[in-house]
Design a protein around this ligand. Structure first.
Ligand code: KIV
Ligand code: ZN
Length: 391
């Protein structure tokens, strides 16, 4: 098992599938160029059979974006595979990603197929896709709720039929880390020929465990993680690319693997995806949220002013964030207050500083946000309003 984990980005497919996240072809191209700059290993550019626009977007990305493998999704049926190939044929490194559901509930209620028929579809779809390209990924949809022994049978068929990547999705975000890790280990231990293929994971965040499950799977031998910028995706989203990448990078001592991502592009990537989708990033979002490198509490502010390592495990520059932000509010202390004033050219005697700081605390109790203008006014001794100002 190698020690390199491939990052498979599905922002443009699973991410775009979520309600309210659709993108134009031009926007998709812009995101795909950004993903190529990040150096992701695979861009899943879309699901070409789903609409002519999707097919056109995947085709445009395939011809214009260089570097990563460009993948297109297809159900395990010929018409989908034909459309996927039509869309990615122009790529430097095309991949067809075909899938079928393997859980009892999906096979019975959605597909209305027996397990034997599903295995037959897997064989047929992978072999058919292989006629177009050597790089074929097979996913067992709802794998984490599938019978593990049946999954071994399905993946055995996929590998024997020529799949080069097998993906074990936690489609509905139901798995928990230990159980998911054990499933990955079982598949690696029991599928003949598994050493010739890449084992991939794809986790959804319905229980808030997508990143944890992806990492547990890597610790158990998975070597491709499917994820999205800002964690966008169906329902609660997918594993967040920036979280997975930074956890693997920062905790190499635990995972012992490498990812080849230009991490300084993570924050700009997050901003781009937020702006093209119109979906704001929650302030407390790990790595890329507005508060990820912001400190308001006095003890924390003093700590990071003395040594950022006291309260920051990632250097902001490492992920492309301009720098640590000291936010002044009711929890802030004198150190940050004085430093902010000094940064704006205001140098107070200790007596003036005490007076201004007391006025600042009184204002901060009344107002949620304190602007730099408020601060400068305080420093000049201008009285502040006593009634709360919105926000
Ligand atoms: O969540 C899922 O199972 C998927 C597959 C199509 C890979 O998105
Ligand atoms: Zn998914």
């Amino acid at each position: 098992m190698g020690d390199r984990v491939a990052i498979f980005d599905t922002t443009l497919r699973d991410g775009e599938q979520a309600p309210g996240f659709s993108m134009t072809i031009q926007e998709k191209l812009e995101v795909a160029q950004m993903l190529s700059g990040l150096n992701v290993d695979v861009i899943e550019a879309g699901f070409p059979i789903s609409s002519p626009g999707d097919l056109a977007a995947v085709r445009a990305i395939s011809t214009e974006v260089h570097g990563p493998v460009i993948a297109a999704l297809s159900r395990a049926v010929r018409a989908d595979i034909d459309a996927a190939w039509e869309a990615v044929a122009g790529a430097e490194r095309p991949r067809i990603h075909t899938f079928i559901a393997t859980s009892e509930v999906h096979m019975r209620s959605k597909l209305r197929k027996t397990p034997d028929q599903v295995v037959e579809d897997v064989r047929e779809a992978v072999r058919y896709a292989k006629r177009y390209t050597p790089d074929v990924e097979f996913s067992a949809e709802d794998a984490s709720r599938s019978d593990p022994d049946f999954l071994v049978r399905v993946f055995t068929e996929a590998v024997a039929s020529g799949a080069t990547v097998i993906n074990i999705p936690d489609t509905v975000g139901y798995a928990v880390p230990d159980q998911y890790a054990a499933l990955v280990r079982k598949i690696i231990a029991e599928v003949p020929g598994i050493e010739r293929v890449t084992v991939s994971v794809h986790c959804h965040d319905d229980l808030g465990l997508a990143t944890a499950n992806s990492l547990a799977a890597v610790a158990s031998g998975a070597r491709q993680v499917e994820c999205t910028i800002n964690g966008i995706g169906e329902r609660a989203g997918n594993a967040s690319l920036e979280e997975v990448v930074m956890a693997l990078r920062l905790r190499r001592d635990v995972f012992g693997v490498d990812v080849d991502i230009q991490t300084a592009g993570l924050y700009p990537a997050s901003r781009l995806v937020s702006s093209v989708t119109g979906a704001p990033v929650p302030p407390n979002k790990a790595i890329v949220g507005a508060n990820a490198f912001a400190h308001e509490a006095g003890i924390h502010q003093h700590g990071v002013m003395v040594n950022p390592l006291t309260y920051e495990i990632v250097q902001p520059e490492a992920v492309g964030v301009p720098g640590t932000r000291l936010v002044l509010g009711k929890h802030s202390g004198r150190h940050a207050f004085a430093r902010t004033l000094e940064e704006h050219g205001v140098h107070l005697s200790s007596e003036e500083l005490e007076r201004a700081f007391a006025a600042f605390k009184a204002l901060a109790d009344r107002q949620k946000t304190i602007t730099i203008d408020d601060l400068l006014a305080l420093a000049r001794g201008v009285p502040q309003p006593t009634a709360p100002r919105g926000g």
